[in-house]
Design a protein around this ligand. Structure first.
Ligand SMILES: Nc1ncnc2c1ncn2[C@@H]1O[C@H](COP(=O)(O)OP(=O)(O)OP(=O)(O)O)[C@@H](O)[C@H]1O
Length: 205
């Protein structure tokens, strides 16, 4: 279980406040108006922003002050974090354990990017890069996955495909997944539960 108790994060003049629990294996859609603090919550879980007070734990291990690289977290970054001088395949192999690398070509085919694997990331379209980065994040070994608008660059048909793929992989490998999305169809297709952040709950001046 991911447990977040009375976590307070200072963002400029605002203090954001979070209390939530996510069971192991749950797929959560995070929703709420722009600026309410969805991305900040993911950054706090990943360890990129430090809380003022409160606690964050995973499977009863306190992570509140654990550095990001030691957390059981894989996060899909908005800029995708691909190394531009390495092929897409080499990028995907970084971070995916040897025993899982056999999955890369097969899953790339499902996501419609199999013919992009030998290219440099700079030669891909935005939506192809997004799927490559999603593939890498989902096949990483960490049990807790954080996705910030993971389908934003995809057309409706590719979005449906990528959403169903993400659900299949998350359930097959027992991932716990938190995803920020503005699209209600992502919630019904992918999420077991939606968590709505609202200003009254998150913003304590
Ligand atoms: N690096 C930062 N420094 C200071 N304030 C920040 C920083 N990043 C975000 N904020 C502020 O923190 C609040 C929450 O931002 P956050 O990006 O978490 O919201 P969000 O719900 O993800 O929004 P969106 O849906 O627009 O992406 C906003 O008021 C924002 O202006």
């Amino acid at each position: 279980m991911l447990e977040i108790r009375a976590l307070q994060i200072k963002r400029g003049a605002r203090t954001l406040h979070y209390d939530l629990q996510v069971a192991q294996g749950e797929i959560i859609a995070l929703q709420g108006v722009s600026g309410v603090g969805k991305s900040t919550l993911l950054e706090a879980i990943a360890g990129f922003v430090a809380p003022e007070t409160g606690h964050l734990s995973w499977e009863d291990a306190d992570l509140t002050h654990t550095p990001p690289e030691q957390r059981p977290v894989a996060m899909l970054f908005q800029d995708y974090n691909l190394f531009e001088h390495l092929t897409v395949m080499a990028n995907l192999k970084l971070g995916v354990e040897a025993a899982m690398q056999y999955e890369i070509p097969r899953q790339a085919r499902v996501l419609g990017i199999a013919d992009q694997l030998d290219k440099l990331p700079g030669r891909l379209s935005g939506g192809q890069r997004q799927r490559a980065a999603l593939l890498r994040t989902m096949l990483r070994p960490e049990p807790l996955i954080l996705l910030d608008e993971p389908f934003s660059e995809l057309d409706a048909e590719t979005r449906r495909l990528a959403t169903e793929w993400t659900k299949t992989i998350a359930e097959r490998f027992g991932k716990t997944l938190l995803m920020v999305t503005h699209q209600s169809e992502d919630v019904s297709r992918l999420a077991h539960r939606a968590i709505h952040l609202n200003e009254a709950d998150t913003d304590h001046a």
